[in-house]
Design a protein around this ligand. Structure first.
Ligand code: ATP
Length: 299
């Protein structure tokens, strides 16, 4: 019986990871998709962005019925500031991110951007306001230029180059055999993890969107790449409303606000200093677990 049980469990796990991969692929395509396929409500209006403040109010959501993943999530990601989502695996961090471009709609509660319920705005205007940088940036078949332009199809060559410079990608691009016209993807040149990250950041920058959703990489890059990616991210994050699934202590410590999630709820929120000094707080416990590996916590 045990023998029969185990493969079934493995299959179930595979099923979940396949589903998640599909969602992640959808995320990349659809955030950048300028014409969402689903129809808007007849009374939908374009989103009017002022400072791009995002508010979750009592959001409940599950991917399927009878499976609550977010159980009443409320928080505000202030406009132009960085909000870091932290918490144990499965807490619902990616799910929070998935709801912002409306890949899914809450079952209860609402999500507002500058006071407008995103369920009532056109998807195109919503997604135009959002750029996304994933853990594993996807490169399409095509040239480096095509891959950056995917962020905004009407971007000029000059705008693409400017985005690449800000993403610390311009120099390595020029070092490729055909510069910006070098093919990448399966049949093109192989780029390092850090280079792919920087192209993906350039793609987000050329989009010029006020909101940046970021799924920070967990896997380590070599030190030089790491520094270049960090500088590129700093450029991309500056002046934008950033919601980041944060894994690095340095990102978490610098965030304007940390949202600690656990079991589909917001367990705590505050700055690193405030949360780290809270006795018996979840963050304080997580932080002390992470500290030896990550070095000094700055406390
Ligand atoms: P991690 O750090 O491991 O990514 P997380 O905090 O981001 O975790 P979520 O990815 O939001 O958590 O997952 C919360 C729960 O929702 C998990 O039980 C997960 O298996 C489930 N889940 C996530 N995405 C999907 C999906 N597309 N379809 C069905 N279930 C999903």
């Amino acid at each position: 019986l045990l023998m029969a049980y185990d493969p079934a469990k493995r299959l179930a796990r595979l099923q979940v990871s396949l589903e998640r991969a599909v969602v992640n692929a959808r995320m990349i395509y659809e955030v950048l998709d300028l014409k969402p396929r689903q129809a808007d409500r007849p009374d939908a209006r374009p989103l009017v962005v002022s400072d791009a403040t995002i508010t979750f109010r009592g959001v409940r959501f599950g991917y399927s019925e009878n499976e609550a993943i977010l159980k009443g999530v409320s928080f505000t990601a202030e406009g132009g500031r960085t909000t870091a989502l932290v918490g144990p695996s499965g807490a619902g961090k990616s799910t929070v991110i998935n709801l912002i471009p409306r890949f899914y709609d809450p079952e209860e509660g609402e999500i507002l951007i500058d006071g407008q319920d995103i369920a009532h705005v056109t998807k195109q205007s919503l997604r135009n306001a959002i750029a996304y940088v994933s853990q594993q940036p996807y490169l399409f078949e095509g040239t480096i230029r095509d891959n950056i332009r995917y962020g905004r199809p009407d971007a000029t060559d000059a705008e693409i180059e400017e985005a690449a410079r800000h993403a610390y990608a311009h120099d390595f691009i020029l070092a490729q055999p055909l510069g910006y016209d070098t093919p990448v993807g399966e049949n093109g040149v192989t780029l390092s993890g850090g280079q792919r990250q920087r192209l993906s950041i350039a793609r987000a920058l050329v989009r010029g969107a006020p909101i940046l959703l970021l799924d920070e990489a967990t896997s380590a890059l070599d030190t030089e790449s790491e520094q270049a990616v960090q500088k590129a991210l700093d450029e991309a994050m500056s002046g934008r409303t950033v919601v980041v699934i944060a894994h690095r202590l340095s990102t978490i410590v610098r965030a304007d606000k940390i949202i600690v999630m656990q079991g589909g709820t917001v367990a705590e929120e505050g700055t690193h200093e405030a949360l780290a000094s809270r006795e018996n707080g979840l963050y304080a416990r997580l932080n002390s677990l992470q500290a030896p590996a990550a070095g000094s916590t700055g406390k």
